[in-house]
Each structure stands twice: as C-alpha cells, then as structure tokens.
Ligand binder design. Structure first.
Ligand code: ADP
Length: 635
C-alpha cells in the first residue's frame, strides 16, 4: 500500500541534529502547518547547505497535505464528482505545473471525470488508446519519463514531456479507471511521483467503492419496496399475458434492468415475451425458441436450474438477440407451478458482473412472485373455461329435459284418450249395457278394469311430473277443513290395509288448525301417495298416520303429517335418491314391488310449492317414517 510506503519514508525532523530546537515540530502537526514551517526554514537561508533534506521534508509535507485534503473530501462529501475533483486537485498540488486527469471505465470506454492543469481534454478514450488505454488494459502503472524516447507516445497535448498512468483497481481485480499525470519537464516524474499517484488512486478507488456500496444498498432497499408492491400487484392479476407484460415492461423499468424477458414452455417450444430498454424494441415483441436448442434459457428450463453468467462472452450457450445488443451478463431463473417447470425469467445487464448475491436473492423473489401469479392465472383461466363448458352442458341438459317433458306430456296425453275409452267400454260391458254378461266373464273384466286403472294412474303421474318439472302447474289455493280431509283419506287407506292384513291407525290432534289454506286436491295426493307407499312396502305389522300442530322452519304456524310403517325400510345412503324422478332403491326388473319411481318426486315438488318440507327416518327391515311439514296458510 502506498500509505505504508509513506510511513517508512516519513521523516521526523527531531531526529536530525541540524534542526534548530526553536523549530521543533510536534507530532500532532497538521500538514498545512508543516508546510508553513518548511517555508519559514527556507526563508531563513540557514538550511541552504542541507538542501536535499529540505526537499525531502517539502515532499513529505506535500504528500501529507494531499492525503489530508483527499481524506477530508472523502469524509465530508459523498458526491463522487466532487471527490474526483478534490483528489485530482490534491495530487496536482504535489507537483510543479502538472497536468492531472482521472478517467473511469464505463461501457468499455474511458470517460473523463476530473482534470487539473489542462485547457481542455478528450472526454472519452477507447480502451486501447494511448497511455490511458494501455494502463486500463494491462492493469499496471506506466511511467514514461521522456516521451521523446517512447515510440508508443501519442502527442495529444502540446509540450508534454513526461507521462505517468496508474490504474484504479477495485477489489484487486476489476479495473475501473486510470489516473494520469503529465508534466512539461523532462524526467520530472519518477518513483516518488508514481508512489504519490498510487496513493491518490487508492483513495479514489475507496471513494468509488463506498459510493457504490451506498448506492447499491439504497438501491436494494428501494428494490425491496418496489418488489413488495409488485408482488401485491401481480397476484391481483388473473390474465397471464397481462402479468407477463407487467414483468417485461413496468417491473423492468421500476427495477432498472437492461432487459427482462419471460419465456413460457408451450409443448416443444419456449415462447418469449421480450422487454428491452433499447428504444426501437416494441413492448409486445415475442420470440419463440425450440426447447431442445442449446441456449442459457432453454438449459435453465430443461434442468430447472438457475443459470448465472457474469460475462456472456465467455459462455458458448449465450446467443445474442438483436433486441438486446448490449448484453454483457445474464441470469435465468426457472418459473414453477408446484414441481412443474412452466418457463423462465430471464434478466440481462449491459455490465459484466452485474448480478451479485443480493441481486440474485432479489431476482429469486421476483421469479417466485411471477411463478405464483402465472400459475394462479392459468388455473383461473382453466376454471373459467370449465365454467363456460359447464354452462354450455347445463343449457344443453335443460333443453334435453324440456324436450323430454314435452314428449312425456304428449305421449301420456295420447295414451290417456284410448285408455279412457277402453275403461268406458269395460264399465259399460260390466253394467250389462250390451246385454247380460256371462258369469265367467266377470273376473277377466275386473282384471282388465283394475289394470287399466293402474295404467291410467301411471300415465297421470307421468303427465303430472312433466308439467311440474316444466313449471307449468300452479296450486289452486282454497280454504278447507283439514281434519275432514285427513279423515277421508284415512278411510280409503284403512280398507286397503285391512285387505292386506295390516293394522292401520289414524291420529288427528284436536289442536290442529281447523281451517287451512292450501290446494286440497294436491294435499290429498301427497298423503295418499305416502300411505300407498307405506302399504306397498309393508308386508306385516302396521301402517299409521299422525297429524300434529307445529311451527314451520320459517316460523309460520303449521302442521306435521307423519306416515309410519313397519315395512322393509330404506338405507341412509338412499334417503336422497328416493326423491329423484324414476329412482327406486331396487331399480331391477326383478324387484318385488311395482311402481315407476315418480310418487316421491311429485310429493317433493308439490310440498316445496306449498313452502313446506319432507323428511324421512328409516331403518332397514324395521320400517320408515315420512314427515311432511306444511304451513297452515300457503302464501
Ligand atoms: P315408486 O313408484 O317406485 O314407489 P316412489 O317415488 O314413490 O316410487 O318411491 C321411490 C322409491 O322409494 C321406491 O321405489 C322405494 O324404493 C322407496 N320407498 C318409498 N317409500 C317407501 C317406504 N315406505 N318403505 C320403503 N321404501 C320406500
């Protein structure tokens, strides 16, 4: 280090016996004071014989002063341009009529940052031009004591006789610029000047490093803030192309990247949306690449690995795209949906070594946010498509159902007319309208009549159900005496129960509302249906009906009708199915009990039209209880 050399060279004037005691210089002496003392000593003329000692002290004091000036500038100001100017000025103060300039390497060119002594100077120097170019390329100091002896010398400034270039080296390997000193006197630049320059160069590098780390920390804090906001924004988007265009556009600009691209895997290809800060690149540019091609992005996508290339010129897998002509380093991060790779986030910089550890962590977060947002959007789009598909299917089903109901209504109507006529004729034959009927005919005629009635009931059910399903049936609400209707319905069932050898009981609570408002025909139909089922599915034991007052679920006064049997029962898993049209617990053709599976469906539809509800409680082999709850007044 140049500082160490300075320490070795520092002379303590006290050690020299020739110095007058009155000029004792204290150890805490400031560089300006030291300089002043030296001037005073020179003026006394006392030390003329000790000239070289004075020169050395003078140099020493100049060096200290230079370091002091640079250090003060460094501590008091973070503005780099100010610091450069201060360093150049301080260094110039150590020479007689010097020319000092400071160049920094940016975008592969040396850019003038500060100078002293020159009238004017070239602003940019190519990296291989003149002494500055040579120093920047070799990373080694270069001293030309007499330019007239140097063949490689290029005369830019008239009168220059000696040149000295010192590289600015960051962290021991990255050349960031050149410090140049020129003088108009031959052989005036030597080892001592070189050492001074190196010290000044060290300070300049320190200033650049401090400023860079301050800027990068500030940048990181800003980026994290931006990233947080971006994350929130992205998850609120549900359109994949919208998410991608945000990443390649506004997100790239906010985070200040040269280029940000998103590639999504589409079968054997990767389709890229390009975001570049090159002016002539449109925001929605797309590029497609076969997935098996050997590139940095396809490699990352195929292997699900992060790929970081500090200098793309050193990696064969890098392919320059016309949209990003200045790329120097690149990082590619896989995008995932769960464990599946769906694409990549590709970020490029126009600087080498642009992605340090902090930057990588930041970009990983951005890649995670992008992955989640894209995966969500894809899922949302899928659900949306499925919903549309479901909507289409539902509409088709509703149409099919409508056609079915129409067909059933038509066909039952067509069947009912001839059947009614058959039944009419049978009745007429039975009543001897066409002459006396032989006794042997009466049993077959009775069977024809019974089966025709069953068939008519079936046809009526089909017609009823199709009308109810099509919503073409309305209730005929009227006032009637509830107990009377219940008694009447029970009476008809009792006869049949007795005929089947079953016990039958009918319990009607005296506190029931006397008069109710409902469709009496439909209410009778419901009760008859439930009782008919109870009789049908019970071979021994009892069928009963009980009616009590209650309050409906919506808090209206109402009543409960419970139809109970000791029949075959229903398994719990079939409770819901039995109310679906044409569904039977035993749907086989070999079943013991007749029916077409419409009764309970019709009951359920009518009960809901009456604002009531129906429940079933049952145990297989022990019996069932169907409970209907209805309001006293149906609105
Ligand atoms: P079905 O004309 O077949 O009786 P329902 O709609 O009235 O049509 O009844 C549907 C199915 O519910 C019946 O096939 C039967 O499996 C079951 N079910 C209805 N009521 C009872 C009951 N009281 N006991 C046992 N099973 C019953």
């Amino acid at each position: 280090m140049a500082n160490e050399t300075n320490d070795e060279e520092t002379m303590n004037p006290n050690e020299n016996n020739n110095i007058k005691p009155s000029t004792h210089i204290g150890t805490n002496l400031q560089p300006e004071q030291l300089n002043m003392y030296v001037t005073q000593l020179e003026e006394t003329g006392y030390y003329t014989s000790q000239n070289d000692i004075l020169i050395r002290i003078r140099h020493q004091s100049q060096e200290l002063q230079m370091l002091h000036q640079i250090r003060v500038a460094l501590l008091s100001n973070t503005d780099l341009n100010y610091l450069f100017q201060a360093a150049v000025g301080a260094l110039a103060g150590c020479f007689d009529s010097p020319l000092v300039a400071l160049y920094l390497l940016e975008n592969n060119q040396l850019h003038l940052k500060a100078y002293k002594g020159y009238d004017k100077l070239v602003q940019t120097i190519a990296p291989d031009y003149g002494i500055c170019g040579q120093v920047a390329q070799s990373g080694k100091p270069l001293l030309i004591e007499d330019v007239s002896q140097a063949t490689e010398y290029i005369a830019n400034v008239p009168g220059v006789c000696s040149q000295l270039g010192v590289p600015l080296i960051h962290q021991g390997n990255e050349i960031i610029g050149v410090l140049l000193v020129e003088t108009t006197q031959k052989n005036s630049l030597k080892e001592r000047e070189m050492r001074l320059c190196r010290t000044a160069a060290d300070y300049v590098v320190l200033a650049v490093e401090t400023s860079r780390s301050q800027t990068s920390e500030q940048r990181r804090a800003e980026q994290l803030l931006v990233l947080n906001r971006i994350g929130r924004e992205l998850v609120s988007l549900l359109d994949v192309s919208e998410i991608i265009s945000r990443i390649t556009g506004s997100v790239r600009r906010k985070l200040n990247y040269y280029s940000v691209n998103v590639g999504l895997i589409n079968e054997e290809k990767m389709v890229f949306s390009i975001g570049s800060s090159e002016k002539d690149v449109a925001e929605d540019t797309q590029v497609s690449l076969p997935l098996d091609e050997d590139t940095l992005t396809t490699y990352a996508a195929r292997n699900g690995e992060l790929v970081l290339v500090h200098d793309v010129s050193q990696d064969k897998r890098y392919h320059r795209l016309p949209e990003m002509p200045r790329t120097q380093s690149e990082i590619v991060l896989p995008l995932r949906d769960a464990n599946r790779i769906i694409g990549v986030l590709d970020v490029q910089s126009d600087r080498v070594f642009a992605f340090d550890d902090d930057e990588v962590i930041l970009l990983k977060t951005l890649a995670d946010q992008t992955s989640i947002a894209i995966a969500n959007a894809i899922r949302f789009q899928d659900i949306h498509l499925q919903k549309e598909e479901l909507g289409r299917t539902n509409r088709a089903l509703a149409e099919a159902n409508r056609l079915k109901n129409e067909f059933l209504a038509n066909i039952s109507h067509e069947l009912r007319t001839p059947l009614n006529s058959i039944m009419g004729y049978v009745e007429m034959i039975q009543s001897d309208f066409y002459g006396e009927v032989p006794k042997t005919f009466s049993d077959p005629l009775e069977r024809v009549e019974r089966n025709s009635r069953r068939l008519l009931n079936l046809i009526n059910d089909v017609l009823d159900l199709s009308k109810l399903e099509a919503g073409r049936e309305n209730l005929q609400i009227e006032k009637f005496a509830l107990a009377e209707l219940l008694h009447f319905t029970c009476d008809t069932t009792r006869e049949q129960a007795i005929a089947q050898g079953l016990a039958f009981s009918c319990e009607i609570d005296p506190n029931l509302p006397r008069i109710v408002e409902n469709d009496s025909r439909r209410l009778r139909q419901i009760i008859t249906n439930l009782l008919a089922n109870a009789l049908k599915f019970t071979q021994k034991g009892e069928v009963s009906m009980k009616t009590v007052p209650t309050t409906t679920k919506s808090g209206q006064p109402g009543y409960k009708i419970m139809v109970k049997d000791t029949g075959i029962g229903i398994a719990k898993e079939d409770y819901d199915h039995i109310f679906e049209s044409f569904r039977q617990v035993d749907g086989s053709t070999t079943r013991m009990f007749g029916g077409a599976g419409m009764g309970l469906t019709i009951c359920l539809k009518l009960i809901s039209m009456m604002q009531g509800n129906i429940e079933v409680e049952s145990e297989v082999g022990k019996g069932s209880t169907f409970t209907v709850t209805l309001p006293s007044i149906v609105p």
